[in-house]
Ligand binder design. Structure first.
Ligand code: ATP
Ligand code: MG
Length: 416
């Protein structure tokens, strides 16, 4: 038998309703904040990600699904959403619209990862991008929307960690200090870290290898190297968050896995399993990097699988499966035809109703209705068609009421 590729999952009908619930809650929150949904291609030119995400990142160096298409172009399945959204922003001239441009998306992402808990090769992200404002107010709006999502989904034990990773100006001094710190041990670092030492030493702080992590202990922190502007920006972010009573901690070790971040970076981490559910930050350099005007922006992305997992833990009985309102069982051909029309009329009224489409016996029809947890069953034979009356049975209580075989009357009996 052919099985699904490692690191992918099927979402079956009996669990998809949880996804839909979460997606509905998140969509309302983001759209009420003025975010418009955007959908961009699953694959892009590889260069978009190598330039946008950064040549020295794990994502680009190790995790991309890259292939040559039949026309000889190098194509990559998107590993993250921001680069594609920003490309679309530039390509569609969104800069000429009212600023800021506020976008959100829910899209599958592809990364060749070591598959483990909370780490898949195909996973979904819900993300936002606010483009065209350098104000700290935008950072706080985006962070507060993240906090709102966890609150609205009734997910406790989520910690917000923030940091500032400065701008290219303050980073230059910092990188020097970081190289000085790493240099004496450089030979002992992993090969990937070695390649990052000259080009992008901050990436070394994001290495997942145990020995590298250990040697990174005590490294200089960027907060001590921020320039005046970056420092002020960070202070304003912190004080507004405090004003809004959004609790947070400073975590000077957050550097984020993608190169495009500047200034504010943040993560919402589940204290239950230590996994980061939502990560984001400011990326003032990205839009220019991939060919647009110099434009500041800020955004976040959350892993929907990780979100769902903790959501389920705390909301066992909050949402119910979507079950059948009514099953119409039929005896004979005349009743069958009659019921087929009735089902169509009831569906027009918004009723979740089914009837037999397998030409099965009455007994088998009842069995199906029972298995599918139909709330009511209506049985129609020749007699019922003639009299235009039938019995509607409540499957929970066993109670029966008579009803005219008219969609409106059945509807009111079902929902009154
Ligand atoms: P990590 O350091 O855990 O690898 P990252 O920096 O690669 O995270 P981002 O690229 O910022 O993560 O992605 C944002 C969010 O998307 C993560 O916080 C997580 O919830 C989710 N995510 C990232 N990679 C995966 C994956 N392979 N499987 C499932 N969810 C993921
Ligand atoms: Mg990663």
């Amino acid at each position: 038998m052919i099985q699904k590729p490692k690191g992918t999952r099927d979402i079956l009908p009996d669990e998809v309703y949880k996804w839909q619930y979460i997606e509905g809650v998140v969509r309302d929150i983001l759209e009420n904040a003025g975010m418009g949904e955007i959908r961009v291609p699953v694959f892009e030119h590889t260069e978009l990600f190598s330039r946008g995400v950064g040549e020295t990142t794990d994502v680009v160096q190790k995790e991309m699904y890259t292939f040559e298409d039949k026309g000889g172009r190098s194509i990559t399945l998107r590993p993250e959403g921001t680069a594609g959204v920003v490309r679309s922003y530039i390509e569609n001239g969104m800069a000429s619209q009212a600023t800021p441009i506020k976008l959100w998306y829910e899209m599958p992402m592809y990364r060749y990862e070591n598959v483990q808990k909370g780490r898949l090769r195909e996973f979904r992200q819900i993300g936002t991008e606010v483009i065209g404002t350098e104000s700290y107010l935008a950072d706080v709006e985006v962070i507060s929307l993240g906090a709102k999502i966890f609150e609205a989904l009734n997910i406790p034990n989520i910690k917000l960690n923030i940091n500032s990773i400065g701008c290219p100006v303050c980073r230059q001094k910092y990188q020097e200090a970081l190289r000085d710190f790493i240099r004496p041990n450089l030979e002992k670092y992993c090969d990937t870290c070695k390649t990052r030492f000259e080009k992008n030493p901050m990436r070394i702080l994001d290495c997942k290898e145990q020995k590298c992590k250990e040697m990174n202990q005590g490294a200089p922190i960027i907060l001590d190297y921020l320039c005046e502007e970056c420092r002020e920006h960070f202070e304003k972010v912190k004080s507004l968050l405090m004003n809004l009573e959004i609790p947070f901690e400073i975590d000077s070790s957050i550097v984020r896995g993608l190169d495009y971040y500047t200034k504010t970076v943040f993560e919402f981490v589940s204290e239950d399993d230590g996994l980061t559910v939502l990560g984001g930050g400011r990326y003032d350099g990205l839009i220019k990097e991939i060919g647009g005007q110099d434009t500041p922006a800020v955004g976040f992305a959350m892993g929907v699988e990780r979100l769902l997992e903790i959501f389920e833990k705390y909301n066992k009985d909050v949402i119910e499966d979507y079950n059948m309102d009514l099953y119409i069982a039929t005896i004979g051909e005349e009743a069958d035809l009659f019921a087929t029309r009735l089902v169509m009329n009831l569906r027009d009224e918004g009723v979740f109703v089914e009837k037999d489409i397998c030409s099965r016996s009455l007994k088998a029809q009842f069995k199906y209705a029972d298995k599918k947890k139909a709330r009511f069953v209506l049985t129609i034979g020749e007699d019922e068609v003639k009299k235009n009356y039938a019995k509607l049975k409540d499957m929970k209580t066993g109670e029966e009421v008579e009803t005219k075989l008219k969609a409106e009357e059945i509807f009111s009996k079902l929902f009154e």
